[in-house]
Each structure stands twice: as structure tokens, then as C-alpha cells.
Design a protein around this ligand. Structure first.
Ligand SMILES: Cc1cc2nc3c(=O)[nH]c(=O)nc-3n(C[C@H](O)[C@H](O)[C@H](O)COP(=O)(O)OP(=O)(O)OC[C@H]3O[C@@H](n4cnc5c(N)ncnc54)[C@H](O)[C@@H]3O)c2cc1C
Length: 366
């Protein structure tokens, strides 16, 4: 496995848990709690996500289904046990030959095999190599700030007293403001607690604008919203630490299609996770769908012998399921992104209507 540069944040794991259970060895499956933001909590701590109006503190609703916060760092640590993972590798080319397939990295090194699975995220190089310009993502007119930080002890306690895992809020200024525990080192010691904050909004200021040009301006921008929020959001914004560091992110979407007859790499390279279907992250589906991709790909590959025709058939079977998952979720994620940033329509947000359910199951409910 070859990875360029991983980045850290937390994610809600829910229906993807089934895929994890099937993918992991019994030993790792028993240790799944190591990926939780707070692994000391009881096994049945899966929770319903509360969603508030940030300016009044009114509870708008709770997701009917339950989820768990996991961190990318902890997932990577557990899932990578006994795997040969090489970090700092940046894919640049894929070549197919009689013997199989070869990938080249920007450091000049090569790797050979039978199938390339591009799990290289929303701006996937594998996707570009597979489908060319048709692989370019569409950017939504949204700016997102997504970072982790520590707070002073009182603010840390305030956040965890509000909710031990996570709570989300929407604001009439058409913003989403998410807060969650990211890493709870010692549950008794708030000095060891780290939190994740996500703020996103449509239109100006956009990432890269003067108003967000440097860290001082970005911190002032967030702190400047404090008076528009009720508690605890007001204090959380006011108490942002002075040494906090974060950038701005764009939010994108891309619709996969059946490339099996249009690319010479068909059957020798495929996509999974955000590389295959980058969703705007407003219904917490990307990780869960990516895990299902992994599970389905492994299941398809388990059926083949050493025959390259079998491999191509297995990859096509996987891609058919992957496309169905993506087609079901993409409209819901785009609708979620839109409703999350239009407070007048907040009750149309799919997360309030059908929670975190799998799109294929939930589509009839909205
Ligand atoms: C703020 C936020 C909150 C989210 N919350 C949730 C949630 O609650 N629940 C949920 O299900 N999903 C959530 N998601 C979505 C989830 O994070 C993604 O769907 C998931 O991380 C996708 O995993 P991935 O492995 O496909 O891609 P990534 O996590 O993007 O990993 C891709 C990896 O490939 C590497 N890479 C990139 N280019 C190359 C290259 N050329 N060569 C080699 N390596 C390369 C990158 O360095 C990276 O390590 C959220 C996303 C965001 C942004």
C-alpha cells in the first residue's frame, strides 16, 4: 500500500461498521474501540447526534440512528497492522502490460502487480489516469474550516458536558458549526483532550479571500462570530486558543460513471472511497461508503482464480455495486450541502429527515 500524506480529523462511523467487521481479522475486530475518540467508554456508547439552532440553542432534532466518532489517525494505526504501507509515495503514472500493471511514483520508484486500487482521495491521481479530464471534480460555492485543537480546562469541560462525542448546529447566517471530541487521552484530565471544529458557509468570504488571508485573519473571523451564537458555541468561539492553526478547504463533488469500455486501464485499475465518489461531507457518508467499497472489492476478488479475465469480471462486478452506492448517495449529499447552508430550509436537510441511514435504504423516506 502506498500513501502520500495523510491528514487528521474525526468521522462518524455507523452503517460502515458491518463492513469493518467483515474486513478485519478477529484479533483487530476485537480491538476496534482503539479507533474511538474515547476508547474508555462502554461498548454500547453509540449515540444519536444532536442538531441545534446555533443562535438560540434550540434542539432541531437528533439522528434516529446511532454512530461513533473515530479518528483517522487511530483507524490508520489499527488497520495498518501487519500491512506493508509505504508513506511519502506520490503516484504519477500507471502502465498496463502482458504481465500485469506497473505504477510509477514521483520519487522514480516503481511497483508491479495485477490491480491498482486508487484510494487517493477526492483529487485522485488514479482517477485522472483512468478517465482523464472527465475525472475533474466540481467545486461547490462553499468554504470549510476543519481543524483540531485543545482548549483551556473550563472550555474543554463545557464542550464535553454538552456532549461526550459530538453536536452540530446550523445558524440563520447559513452556517454549519460542528464540534466534536477528537481525542480523549485521559477522561479524567481535560488537559489531554483535543477537539475538532468544522465551520462552513456559502459565498464570501471564500477561501483565499483577503478576509481569510492569514492565520490572524482566520482566527479573528471565527472569533468575530461569537456574539451571534448562544452558549456553548459563543464561549467556544471566544476561547479559541491564540496559537490555533488552520487553513480553508473547498468542498467538491464528482459523479463516477461506467468507464469499463472507455479506458485501456479497465480491469487493471479501479477506484474506491473518495477517489471513486467524493461526497460533500454533510451527511457523514464518505467513510462508511468507502468501507463498503473495500468490503465489496475484497468479496469480488475472493471469487477469482489466477485468470486475468476473471480479474476483469470481478472488478466490473465491484464497480457496478460501487456506482449504485454512489448514485444513491450523491444527490442526498448535494441536497444536504445545500440545506445545511440555507437555514430557512433546514428542516429539509436529509440528516434531519432520515439521519445517517444508507442512501439505498433511505431514499424512499425523503
Ligand atoms: C470535515 C469532514 C468531515 C467528515 N465526516 C465524515 C463522517 O462523519 N462520516 C463519514 O462517513 N465520512 C466523513 N467524511 C468523509 C471522509 O473523511 C472521507 O470520505 C474519507 O476520509 C475518504 O477516505 P479515502 O481513504 O477514500 O480518502 P482520503 O481520506 O482522502 O485519503 C486519501 C489518501 O491518499 C493520499 N494520496 C492523495 N494523492 C495521492 C497520490 N497521488 N499518491 C499516493 N497517495 C495519495 C492522501 O495523502 C491520503 O492519505 C468527512 C470529511 C470531511 C472533510
Amino acid at each position: 500500500m502506498y500513501i502520500h500524506r495523510p491528514r487528521e480529523w474525526g468521522m462518524s462511523l455507523h452503517w460502515g461498521t458491518e463492513a469493518v467487521k467483515r474486513l478485519l481479522s478477529p484479533d483487530l475486530r476485537d480491538r476496534i474501540k482503539e479507533t474511538w475518540t474515547d476508547p474508555t467508554l462502554p461498548d454500547d456508547s453509540f449515540y444519536e447526534l444532536p442538531i441545534y439552532a446555533g443562535h438560540t440553542g434550540e434542539l432541531l432534532g437528533k439522528t434516529p440512528d446511532r454512530s461513533m466518532r473515530v479518528t483517522r489517525r487511530k483507524m490508520r494505526k489499527l488497520f495498518s497492522e501487519n500491512l506493508d504501507i509505504q508513506y511519502g509515495k506520490h503516484l504519477s503514472a500507471i502502465t498496463k502490460s502482458e504481465e500485469g500493471v506497473t505504477v510509477a511514483f514521483t520519487d522514480g520508484s516503481l511497483a508491479h502487480g495485477h490491480l491498482v486500487v486508487g484510494c487517493d482521495g477526492a483529487n485522485s491521481t488514479t482517477r485522472q489516469l483512468l478517465v482523464g479530464d472527465a475525472g475533474k471534480v466540481q467545486y461547490l460555492d462553499l468554504t470549510m474550516i476543519n481543524f483540531t485543537c485543545k482548549f483551556d480546562l473550563d472550555t474543554s469541560r463545557l464542550i464535553r458536558d454538552t456532549h461526550p462525542f459530538a453536536f452540530n448546529s446550523y445558524h440563520p447566517a447559513n452556517r454549519m458549526f460542528w464540534i466534536s471530541a477528537q481525542d480523549i487521552g485521559d477522561p479524567e484530565d481535560p488537559a489531554t483532550w483535543t477537539f475538532q471544529l468544522i465551520m462552513s458557509w456559502p459565498g464570501s468570504p471564500r477561501g483565499g479571500d483577503e478576509a481569510l488571508a492569514d492565520q490572524e485573519a482566520r482566527t479573528a473571523f471565527l472569533k468575530g462570530m461569537a456574539s451571534e451564537y448562544a452558549q456553548p458555541w459563543r464561549t467556544i468561539l471566544e476561547k479559541l486558543p491564540s496559537d490555533v492553526k488552520f487553513g480553508t478547504d473547498k468542498v467538491c463533488s464528482w459523479r463516477p460513471f461506467d468507464w469499463s469500455t472507455t479506458t485501456p486501464l479497465a480491469g487493471s485499475a479501479t477506484l474506491a472511497g473518495d477517489a471513486a465518489h467524493p461526497f460533500p461531507p454533510y451527511r457523514g457518508q464518505g467513510l462508511n461508503t468507502g468501507l463498503e467499497d473495500a468490503n465489496e472489492l475484497v468479496a469480488a476478488l475472493n471469487h477469482i482464480s489466477s485468470n486475468s479475465k476473471d480479474l476483469r469480471t470481478a472488478v466490473q462486478r465491484y464497480e457496478k455495486g460501487m456506482l449504485a452506492r454512489a448514485f444513491a448517495e450523491i444527490p442526498l449529499s448535494e441536497k444536504s450541502a445545500s440545506a445545511a447552508h440555507d437555514f430557512q430550509r433546514i428542516h429539509e436537510h436529509p440528516i434531519l429527515k432520515m439521519g445517517l441511514d444508507k442512501a439505498s435504504k433511505a431514499a424512499n423516506n425523503i
